[in-house]
Ligand binder design. Structure first.
Ligand SMILES: [Zn+2]
Length: 488
């Protein structure tokens, strides 16, 4: 690298569109479901027929307020819907009902952790509510794009589905931060029951605004907006690709053009889609068919109480208090029912790390093999806490623990009682182990000679023989210690 090269940092803000999980659409009684036969969930209102009037969906309003409260956003007492005017073939009214200057929530902050354990945060500008458009399918072209297609089909089932838009401040600097931020949003919306957040079904779509500036500069550079990413992985790749493109332009003495760019998954690059519209191009005005929305303080407080324990708070406990690795903590939070199970078992055992090793190890493996969630298997949190105590107290060895877990997984019951009744406790008595060791050494003279000749790796074999002779109950650490003593 040349010593005179300027180092650039990326500045990113993210806009996320998330479809809300409601029974019905935003302004009519049509069903809100994915994958129905095209144009079967439609009515005069969501088809924009003359004279049809919108009625706001109370559940959607409340879900959006809850989403805001989960990130400590402010809920203004007064909010309204506006018309955003533009033509689009899959938007029959020629305008979209959205929110312009008085959104349902303002501000807030999303806190998240990066895989290396650092905590970051990104401020929210606002979360507002709007209606989704219909969906066009362009046929006859090679790649499904409108260019080169011979005809287009439109499905209005999605028209009028409640859609929330989360707009962030430009607080994100790297692709890893962008992905961790999106995962934090997703985790929270799923926990609140606000949305399914399935990118593959289009219930979460996001756009990234990205500009570069010299490290240390305070002014922002010219930004490009990137669209059409269909997974969190593509968001990360699109950002890396766009940072490389803008860096090359700036290093070559050029200027970045403000525009909207599409992500091409196969090519791994972004391409120009259109020059960016400005807010005034949409001629926003208050929707005369809809009265302003008022949220009484007691309603906001009721919704706040309904939030329950948030993923952020649970992660904070797992990472900061229980000292779990970020990846492990995410795995626990992202598996349904696992957090409650782990928290109960760790609370009973008092050994978070040992409990976690069983939960993410043997229990998760059994869950996969039997297709049963850990939370509903025969090993109750109490039973797991007993196993942890038996193992940590050296009463049983890890082999016995594994066998006990598999057995209690199916049969249920108390591991402690089984160990007592069947004498499964490991042999940690030096005298008893010495007797077994003597027998093993006598029966394996050739191996003993090899060990004495310097082939020390045969120790593993000898320990195995002691374990076998004790029917799995010998304390393996003690067995090796006694073998070494005998062979010294
Ligand atoms: Zn409808």
């Amino acid at each position: 690298m040349s010593v005179t090269a300027t180092a650039y940092e990326a500045v990113m803000g993210i806009e996320c569109h998330v479809e809300l999980k409601t029974e019905t659409k935003m302004f009519c009684g049509c069903r809100n479901i994915f994958g129905a036969e095209p144009n079967t969930n439609v009515c005069p209102t969501c088809l924009g027929l003359p004279g049809a009037l919108p009625v706001p969906n109370r559940v959607a309003l409340e879900l959006l307020v809850k989403a805001g409260l989960a990130f400590d956003a402010e809920i203004p007492a007064f909010s309204k819907f506006d018309r955003k005017n533009y033509f689009y073939p899959d938007m029959p009214k020629d305008y979209q009902i959205s929110q312009f200057d008085m959104p349902l929530t303002q501000g807030g902050v999303v806190k998240y952790w990066l895989p290396d354990g650092t905590q970051r945060s990104c401020r929210l500008t606002r979360i507002h509510l709007e209606e989704d458009t219909g969906k066009s399918t362009h046929a006859g072209s090679r790649d499904g794009r409108i260019a080169g297609s011979t005809y287009s089909l439109v499905d209005f089932n999605r028209a009028g589905v409640p859609l929330m838009e989360c707009v962030s401040e430009p607080d994100i600097r790297t692709a890893a931060e962008a992905v961790a931020y999106l995962e934090a949003l997703k985790r929270t919306f799923v926990a609140l029951g606000v949305s399914d957040v399935k990118m593959e079904e289009g219930s979460l779509r996001c756009d990234v605004n990205l500009s570069l500036r010299p490290v240390g500069a305070t002014e922002y550079g010219t930004k490009a907006e990137i669209k059409n990413m269909n997974s969190f992985n593509s968001v990360g790749r699109a950002i890396e690709s766009e940072i490389a493109r803008q860096t090359a332009i700036l290093e070559g003495g050029g200027r970045v053009v403000q525009e909207t760019r599409g992500w091409d998954e196969a090519a791994g690059t972004t391409h120009t889609m259109r020059s960016k519209e400005q807010a005034h191009d949409y001629r926003y005005f208050p929707d005369p068919d809809l009265t302003p929305i008022e949220f009484a303080p007691q309603d906001v407080e009721r919704l706040r109480r309904e939030l329950g324990s948030l993923p952020y708070e649970r992660l904070e406990r797992l990472i900061e208090t229980d000292k779990l690795r970020v990846e492990q903590a995410h795995q626990i939070i992202d598996t349904p029912g696992l957090y409650g199970y782990y928290a109960a078992a760790a609370g009973l055992s008092g050994k978070p790390q040992a409990t976690l090793n069983f939960v993410l190890g043997d229990l998760s493996r059994l869950a996969n093999e039997t297709n049963t969630p850990v939370a509903s298997c025969g090993v109750t949190p109490e039973a797991l806490a007993e196993i942890v105590a038996l193992t940590e107290g050296q009463t049983i060895n890890s082999k016995t623990a594994k066998e006990l877990l598999a057995r209690v997984w199916v049969e249920g019951g108390s591991p402690k009682a089984i160990v007592a009744a069947e004498g499964l406790g490991q042999v940690s008595d030096a005298g008893a182990i010495d007797a077994i060791v003597a027998g093993v050494l006598a029966a394996n003279e050739k191996t003993v000679e090899e060990y004495r000749a310097g082939k020390t790796k045969v120790m593993g074999f000898l320990v195995g023989q002691v374990m076998k002779a004790s029917r799995g109950k010998a304390n393996p650490t003690l067995a090796e210690e006694r073998l070494r003593a005998h062979l010294a």
